[in-house]
Design a protein around this ligand. Structure first.
Ligand SMILES: C[S@@+](CC[C@H](N)C(=O)[O-])C[C@H]1O[C@@H](n2cnc3c(N)ncnc32)[C@H](O)[C@@H]1O
Length: 239
């Protein structure tokens, strides 16, 4: 798999990803909702409905960013949620949001690395990651950490962009590669962040390929659901 990084410097993917999200944090939520026409909200809710069947009491949301999935999981399942992210600026936006919603007793946010999780084995009833795994520096290492901290027979839920196949593919790709980066650049003032988005999606495995990577990581069962013609996919990987 080719390593697509935000700024193509010598700093390494992890440092560049942290810097990029620190840069775009103030505009992240706005851009997310505008660029996806709020469909991202529906996708997170679909993940939560799937997870809710497990009736989790304690959930880890990795790459939580500004906390939208952590909040949706808490509201949808009633679980206590720990949100973890590399970027302190993203977390700060999330912490403010959680305080405003008076959910700070239910959701805690902490800085940390998905590839080296600061938690014991078999701690969580479920683990979620939305639009995070594509940004990991070492995908297999990150996935095996997610597997390590979830309980036996419990599941990791991953929401990630995939590729639209069929005749609509080229139309969506035109928007994704040409229009979206222009709007992203204008609003976020970061020249690369919204070019990195389609580039990293193009280089990232999806569908059967991603399923096989998850199985290779040691998960015993992997199922997935395509969303919105395949713009995104949710994977449920069971330990
Ligand atoms: C596109 S945002 C997604 C945020 C949120 N999950 C959502 O649905 O809006 C990706 C997040 O992944 C975080 N991230 C990337 N690599 C990470 C890692 N190794 N450990 C923890 N967080 C990471 C970034 O800092 C960023 O906040």
């Amino acid at each position: 798999m080719s390593q697509v990084t935000p700024y193509n410097t010598e700093a390494g993917k992890k440092k560049e990803v942290e810097d990029m999200f620190d840069n775009i944090a103030p505009k992240y939520d706005l851009l997310n909702h505008v660029l996806s026409m709020k469909i991202d909200v529906l996708w997170r809710n679909t993940l939560v409905k799937w997870m809710n069947k497990d009736q989790p009491k304690l959930v880890l949301d990795v790459a939580t960013g500004t906390g939208d999935l952590a909040i949706a999981v808490q509201k949808g399942t009633g679980a206590k949620v720990v949100g973890l992210d590399l970027s302190q600026q993203m977390l700060n936006v999330g912490i403010d949001k959680i305080k405003k919603l008076k959910l700070d007793a239910e959701i805690s946010m902490e800085k940390g690395d998905a590839e080296n999780l600061p938690f014991d084995d078999n701690k969580f009833d479920a683990v979620s990651v939305a639009f995070g795994v594509r940004n990991f520096e070492n995908l297999e290492k990150g996935l095996s950490e997610l597997r390590r901290v979830v309980k036996e027979n419990a599941s990791v839920y991953i929401l990630e962009f995939s590729k639209v196949e069929g005749f609509l593919g080229p139309f969506y790709m035109f928007y994704f590669k040409n229009i979206l980066p222009q709007i992203g650049k204008l609003v976020s003032k970061d020249n690369r962040a919204y070019t990195y988005l389609p580039d990293s999606v193009n280089a990232f495995p999806f569908g059967e390929k991603m399923k096989n990577i998850l199985l290779k990581t040691g998960f015993q069962k992997v199922e997935y659901k395509k969303l919105s013609l395949g713009i995104a996919t949710i994977y449920k990987a069971t330990k």
